[in-house]
Write a protein that binds this ligand. Structure first.
Ligand SMILES: [Fe+2]
Length: 207
């Protein structure tokens, strides 16, 4: 994205695009084929958004100590595109404003067992009026409880876990796999017992 002045962020977006647009992600997808969704989002990101200050706004929650362990899961694959993406992400993870999600009725270990950050979004390194790109981190054994939101969403998994939509079954998704959430669908995710869950999510805010 030529408008992105933050080189680390531009590298993440380019690697995410390479990993999602033009690939047959539907084979490993949950909730339908995400190829058109990701193509629409990356097409919109070609139009300039707003660059932001790269200074972190607040201290990161302690759970972010687990980012290296989560990144190791993606590096353990034989997928060079995914490894490039996680390396690009790891290069900027320390500069993100990581926050707890407030207002969800999770188990006692949820509050300190998760964190979210925008890469492109209101608290991100840049902002865009049609697309939001962010990341969720969930500690081993922790469940990120049911939530929903109007925008359509596509997850790209970096370190695996399980996802659930509505009252459906928990579905395991590993590094490089995807999850597609249609608007307003209730969804949850949880990390396995040993490794943290790390996933990039993209939201379509456009018309
Ligand atoms: Fe979501």
């Amino acid at each position: 994205m030529t408008w992105l002045s933050d080189g680390d962020l531009a590298a993440v977006v380019a690697a995410h695009r390479a990993q999602t647009v033009g690939q047959i992600v539907g084979v490993a997808a949950m909730g339908g084929d995400l190829a058109a969704f990701f193509a629409r989002c990356h097409g919109a990101l070609a139009v300039a958004g707003e660059n932001r200050s790269t200074s972190r706004a607040e201290p990161a929650p302690p759970v972010t100590d687990q980012i290296p362990a989560a990144a190791a899961a993606a590096r353990g694959t034989d997928d060079p595109g995914l490894i490039a993406l996680v390396d690009a992400f790891a290069a900027l993870a320390d500069r993100l404003t990581w926050r707890r999600r407030e207002g969800l009725a999770g188990a006692a270990d949820f509050a300190d067992g998760h964190a979210n950050a925008d890469l492109i979004g209101p608290a991100g390194l840049a902002d865009h009026d049609q697309v939001r790109l962010g990341v969720s981190l969930v500690a081993p054994g922790v469940t990120y409880p049911n939530h929903n939101h109007p925008p359509e969403e596509g997850y790209l998994v970096l370190s695996g876990g399980a996802w659930r939509q509505g009252d459906g079954p928990w579905m395991d998704r590993g590094p490089g796999q995807t999850v597609h959430n249609v608007p307003h669908i209730v969804h949850a995710m949880r990390a396995g017992p040993e490794a943290p869950l790390l996933a990039l999510w993209m939201l379509w805010l456009g018309a």
